[in-house]
Design a protein around this ligand. Structure first.
Ligand SMILES: O=C(O)C(=O)C[C@]1(C(=O)O)C=C[C@@H](O)C=C1
Length: 387
């Protein structure tokens, strides 16, 4: 048994976060002086990989961890102030994006990604004690799990009927209740639901991993480390030849590496897409800041999703304070706003200093003001959306 299995077995039984008050009710608790015990939520019920991922974070050691019924419920709990943060899956190395998470972060009241966790994923076939493989007729699990065991299912349970569950642990709960014969879930979930791991280490692709993000209400960004990632969503102005290329060029001309980019339907009709991406670096890095401002000029809508340490990079540590950018000097296509003592645009320093090159350029001024608000983390870090 691994240490993570042990930690799950010793979890207290907690209720689901079900009641959600209207969004917009509460502000971030990050700066609160009141010593309240933090509450974090995750895709539940107890015994999900999401819970294991959340428990790897030192900041939750003394917090209450409360399962949510879905990614949407977890994020809404943060939006309305019921939880300080939510840990949800966002990407799997075999199946790709967890689209619910991408879409929920792209819409609704803005949230920021604070941290990411990458977890190795391997499934066990959980059954009620005594069930044999040749007795299994119905199977359940999360859709992302199904994609990771498709070949295994075709080989060993070709006639079993699959029905998706809200999460792998929810699948295990349904097996316990007699709704299905077996569920794919982490082996650590077996004891929680009084089940038996008939088989373990099931995976079509060895070394599969899932990336999870810890999401919170907007607040000041963490200081840059030597290994950061910046996430955002951009909507293109017109569907014209080269529109996506223009967006990508904002990054490439500045030498910023994109780590992920995917299109997601906006819901406004066929062919209407926005682009969700991760870039290497922190929004206070000059090149990343310039690229974000470039996007703001180019796109009718940009949603900043945060700058945070990259998981798995050799121990990110705070950088030495960066040298201030030369104030008001043009750097490539844009200049950057005034810097505060931490090397990031100062609170209230919006827009930047008098800039003879750009003062007659309202698009520049708006982009600089937007970037400073992204770094400072006010509630409305996405004025483009209100426009
Ligand atoms: O956290 C869980 O256990 C989940 O059910 C979610 C989830 C996911 O959506 O990626 C997590 C990891 C596994 O790769 C499969 C499913």
């Amino acid at each position: 048994m691994t240490s993570s299995e042990q930690s799950v077995d010793h979890l207290p039984s907690v209720p689901y976060l079900l009641s959600v008050t209207p969004a917009g009710a509460a502000r971030s608790t990050r700066r609160s002086a009141v010593p309240v015990r933090a509450r974090y939520t995750y895709l539940g019920p107890e015994g999900t990989f999401s819970e294991i991922a959340l428990r790897t974070l030192p900041e939750v050691a003394n917090a209450d961890l409360i399962p949510s019924t879905s990614v949407t419920a977890a994020l809404d709990a943060v939006r309305c102030g019921e939880a300080s943060g939510a840990l949800v899956p966002i990407e799997n190395s075999v199946e790709g994006a967890v689209t619910t998470t991408l879409d929920e972060l792209a819409t609704g009241q803005p949230l920021l990604i604070d941290r990411e966790v990458v977890l190795p994923i391997s499934f066990a076939l959980l059954v009620r004690p005594g069930t044999r493989l040749d007795e299994i007729k119905t199977v359940t699990g999360h859709p992302v799990a199904q994609a990771q065991v498709r070949r295994w299912l075709a080989t060993y349970l070709p006639y079993a009927e699959w029905e998706s569950a809200a999460s792998n642990a929810e699948g295990a709960r349904l097996v316990r209740d007699g709704r299905f014969d077996c569920a794919f879930a982490g082996a650590f979930a077996a004891r929680r639901y009084g089940l038996e791991a008939l088989l373990t280490d099931i995976n079509d692709v060895a070394g599969a991993t899932t990336r999870f993000v810890l999401v919170a209400r907007p607040g000041p960004l963490g200081l840059p480390t030597r290994a950061d990632k910046t996430s955002a969503v951009a909507w293109l102005a017109h569907n014209h030849p080269g529109a996506l290329l223009e967006l990508l060029q904002e990054w490439s001309v500045r030498g910023v590496n994109l780590l992920r980019i995917e299109s997601r339907p906006t819901g406004e009709g066929l062919g209407q897409y926005c682009f969700s991406f991760d870039a290497e670096g922190h929004a206070s890095d000059r090149r990343v800041a310039e690229a974000l401002m470039g996007l703001h000029r180019l796109c009718p809508k940009v949603r900043f999703l945060g700058s945070y340490p990259r998981a798995g990079e050799s121990r990110p540590r705070p950088r030495p304070r960066p040298r201030p950018w030369p104030q008001g000097r043009a750097m490539g296509a844009t200049t950057v706003p005034a810097l505060g003592p931490a090397g990031v645009p100062a609170r209230g320093a919006v827009p930047g200093p008098r800039d003879p090159d750009h003062d007659d350029d309202p698009a520049y001024t708006r982009a600089a003001a937007w970037l400073a608000r992204c770094l400072d983390g006010p509630e409305a870090a996405n004025p483009r959306e209100a426009a």
